[in-house]
Design a protein around this ligand. Structure first.
Ligand code: ZN
Length: 346
């Protein structure tokens, strides 16, 4: 009960990449970079285990960015043709590669990373992939000219990848869809369908993998903080998405709770789903106390049974200082342990 996990990404060690950056440059090259990425995965797994995290990730140590890390090996995208576009409804500008042909997965993307992580931890292991809508929203397009169609093409490629990851022994595959909080009507029109296509069949035919979707208000960067100020005192974006997810085949929903303006009664809309409840604020460098984490978990327990709650971080911790992130992992585990003890489930 109250198994802890994270939204996925963790800071990279300073010997591997630039620190405290969303798009860090690698500090190694060639074979040394490949070895450095693997070593960083070992560190990330060990630090999560020692902190007491139950469902661990490889911390996205092999990826420069949570979206483009997947896209680098997908055919149909021209990485030399970069364009500055407004993303997340023009909240910020990003230099993005261009879709110039049909999207195809011609080779495995993260399989080797997943097998390496699987071989090096006995804990349950989660692997994150970008969701189809968020991918579409983080690319220039000169081929499909239709976001819904392009999302379905990416969903097919994601599904091939996800099935391979599940076959490699990954226990949970999470699709990151921050764009779900931005495009409510597109979520209804094609976003959920694309997500379900990406997640199809992961617990059938000998596979036993749970599926999750992470929907957040973004990393603690200035453009997001300014955007959040424009959303008013109650953030109700989840209100239109959660009933659609409740009817979907997705098993788990990761949302932000602590220090958020999200009204927690919206959690009740996720009936029947596992709730990955954000009890760690990634937009603040202050490390929560275990008691604060416990209070955040108890607040969510008013709207979902404890047996379906997985204490989690609000979002990824990639751009954070390493010591801060480690402190927050420990606080997360300690806070969950406090509540388990109260419930007599320690
Ligand atoms: Zn997030």
């Amino acid at each position: 009960m109250l198994e802890t996990t994270t939204a996925g990404s963790l800071p990279k060690p300073g010997w591997l990449a630039e620190t405290e950056k969303l798009w860090p440059a690698w500090r190694l090259e060639g074979a040394a970079l490949a070895e450095g990425k693997r070593d960083a995965v070992l560190v990330a797994l060990k630090e999560q285990e020692t902190a007491g995290i139950d469902i661990v990730t490889e911390g996205e140590q092999g990826r420069q960015h949570f979206v483009h890390g997947f896209l680098e090996r997908i055919s149909g995208i021209d990485f030399a043709k970069r364009q500055t576009i407004g993303i997340r409804a023009d909240r910020y500008k990003a230099v993005c590669p261009t879709v110039t042909g049909p999207i195809r997965r011609t080779e495995a993307v993260h399989g080797a990373e997943a097998r390496f992580a699987r071989a090096n931890t006995r804990r349950k292991l989660k692997f994150t992939l970008p969701g189809p809508m968020t991918i579409v929203d983080t690319l220039a397009d000169e081929h499909y000219r239709d976001r819904g169609k392009m999302a379905m093409a990416f969903a097919a490629a994601l599904n091939e990848e996800a099935r391979d990851l599940a076959a490699a022994g990954i226990d949970v595959i999470q699709f990151d869809e921050p764009a779900f909080n931005v495009y409510a009507s597109e979520v209804r029109e094609w976003g959920i369908a694309a997500l379900e296509r990406a997640a199809a069949g992961l617990n059938e035919g000998g596979l036993a993998c749970k599926t999750a979707v992470h929907i957040c208000y973004g990393y603690g960067i200035k453009a997001n903080i300014d955007w959040k100020k424009s959303l008013g005192t109650q953030w109700r974006q989840y209100e239109s998405v959660f009933p659609l997810l409740a009817k979907s085949r997705i098993d788990q929903v990761s949302l932000e709770c602590i220090n958020s303006h999200v009204p927690l009664d919206l959690v009740a809309l996720l009936e029947g789903k596992d709730v990955l409840a954000g009890a760690i604020d990634v937009a603040s460098d202050r490390v929560e106390t275990p008691e604060e984490v416990a209070a955040a978990i108890r607040a969510v327990m008013k709207f979902a049974p404890a047996g379906r709650i997985f204490p989690c971080t609000n979002c990824g911790m990639a751009p954070m200082a390493r010591a801060t992130a480690l402190g927050k992992l420990k606080a997360l585990a300690a806070g969950a342990a406090l509540v388990r003890k109260e419930l007599g489930a320690a």
